[in-house]
Design a protein around this ligand. Structure first.
Ligand code: FAD
Length: 452
């Protein structure tokens, strides 16, 4: 680990990515008096929320040399979190009178509203002046105690620059994970990953099998039911006998996982049902991917476990020069990503300035080892390392303590729990029907108090 620096240092810091995490990282680093350069390969801020109707030509995105489309947002997407619990704490994601009628005031608004909110955030805090647009980071490596970043601009011109520190905020919903399905190599139908799903039209009159039944799987299967002949959801978390017609449409069934696929186009589920399908849509999640990172093998990504990382943020031997924001996920895809990114950002900024100290490298390694041991003892695969599950609020409160911030508000924790329950049991209506108005009232009271 680098030696302890004098207190309140101001460092030259690179942030990779200008999505929800990179924007708040830039803000917090600058608040702590660091000089910040944000590298963003797109032409605008917002990351994942910059919707594009285009998708990648390789529908499963397996080709490592493909032209990458960053966003995985589909046209009909509405947030899976209520807006009041989704935003940054001191810049609530709530409808504002000055926004006018062009905005989407719903509690679970469309993806366009999230992008508009992130643009408002960037404007309010003048963050764009730190961003180098259309500049992709292609290599990051240690150079003595500092970090060398190679970037390439839209003219293809490369540049090397030295920074004291690098904060990685490159997003984790772009590199698809594809389910292994027995017999798939000789199955003649089409396959696509949800990363490349935009609109239902290509599935008109088709029989479609959707693998995965959480946020994206549930949304996309319902989106397709409007045009498809039949939609069958295959879910590995369901018992093998599962076979259920789902409410809200007349052509949607829930099954257990796929048992096998065959040359004649048939798909056999573990419940014994067989369908002749045209397309399989993999809503099976994403992989952490840092193609630019060269740490001589110190940091590895193995079965989606990025490590070693102290509290999912700092690699012990390279801390605090290198840090990662936005890795842990909470329950399925319901996470306080924006809130947690702001907590991590404040922590990283304060550690870099020397206002907050990290434990020794050895102690950080002990902590990481204990995390792995607990995961293994619970029989969980490595890919669950960054899943916080029920410990999400305790974890965020630990970070809050480090940065002297108030703990996660009670209403926020309860809203996410309730939302999770409703998403699991009322996936067709959870965005428009709820029973937690008292929590909304508490949230708005909090926002008002903050303003006073
Ligand atoms: P991103 O938004 O992906 O931003 C990463 C940025 O890094 C991008 O701008 C990208 O261009 C840039 N970049 C990447 N590599 C490089 C490079 N080498 N050089 C330069 N720039 C680079 N979260 C919620 O809170 N609520 C929701 O309702 C919700 N719904 C979701 C729905 C879907 C379908 C998905 C996939 C995710 C959803 N999420 C939701 C999670 C969402 O990812 C986060 O809200 C948030 O967008 C993550 O921000 P980020 O900055 O970590 O990543």
């Amino acid at each position: 680990m680098a030696p302890a620096r004098s207190r309140f240092d101001s460092l030259h810091v690179a942030v990779i990515g200008a999505g929800a995490a990179g924007l708040v990282a830039a803000r917090e680093l600058r608040r702590e008096s660091h000089s910040v350069v944000v590298f963003e390969r797109d032409t605008q801020v917002g990351g994942l929320w910059v919707y594009t109707p285009h998708n990648e030509p390789d529908p499963l995105s397996l080709d490592p040399n493909r032209n990458i489309v960053h966003s995985s947002v589909y046209d009909s997407l509405r947030t899976n979190l209520p807006r009041e619990c989704m935003g940054y704490r001191d810049f609530p994601f709530v409808p504002r009178p000055e926004d006018g009628e062009s905005r989407d005031p719903r509690r679970y608004p469309s993806h366009r509203e999230v992008l508009a909110y992130l643009q408002d955030f960037a404007r309010e805090f003048k963050l764009e002046e730190m961003v180098r647009f259309e500049t992709e980071v292609v290599r990051v490596e240690p150079e003595g105690r500092k970090w060398k970043i190679r970037s390439r601009n839209s003219d293809g011109i490369s540049d090397d620059e030295i920074f004291d520190s690098v904060v990685v905020c490159n997003g984790h919903y772009t590199e698809p994970r594809v389910a292994h399905v027995p017999g798939i190599d000789s199955w003649p139908g089409k396959q696509v990953h949800s990363h490349n799903y935009r609109v239902p039209d290509p599935y008109k009159d088709q029989v479609v099998v959707v693998i995965g039944n959480f946020a994206s799987g549930s949304d996309i299967s319902r989106d397709i039911t409007g045009v498809a002949k039949e939609v069958h959801i295959a879910s590995r978390s369901n018992p093998s006998e599962t076979y259920q017609k789902l409410p809200g449409s007349n052509n949607l069934w829930l099954h257990s996982m796929i048992e096998s696929t065959h040359e004649d186009g048939s798909v056999v589920f573990k419940n014994g049902k067989v369908v002749q399908a045209d397309t399989i849509v993999h809503c099976t999640g994403y992989k952490y991917h840092f193609p630019f990172l060269n740490t001589n093998g110190y940091i590895t990504v193995e079965d989606n476990c990025v490590g070693p990382l102290y509290k999912h943020v700092f690699p012990p031997a390279l801390a605090p020069g290198l840090s990662f924001i936005g890795l842990p996920w909470m329950v399925k895809s319901l996470s306080f990503i924006l809130l947690s990114s702001s907590f991590f950002s404040k922590w990283v900024a304060a550690v870099l300035s020397g206002r907050v100290t990290l434990p020794s490298e050895d102690k950080m390694i002990v902590d990481v080892t204990a995390l792995y041991a607990k995961r293994d003892a619970n029989g969980l695969p490595k890919r669950y390392t960054h899943r916080l599950g029920a410990s999400q609020v305790a974890y965020l409160n630990w970070i809050a303590e480090q940065i002297d911030a108030p703990p996660v508000e009670r209403w926020r924790g309860e809203e996410i729990e309730g939302g999770y329950r409703r998403l699991a049991t009322e996936s067709d209506t959870f965005r428009d029907k709820w029973d937690d108005d008292h929590l909304i009232a508490e949230a708005y009271e909090d926002f008002l108090r903050q303003k006073l």
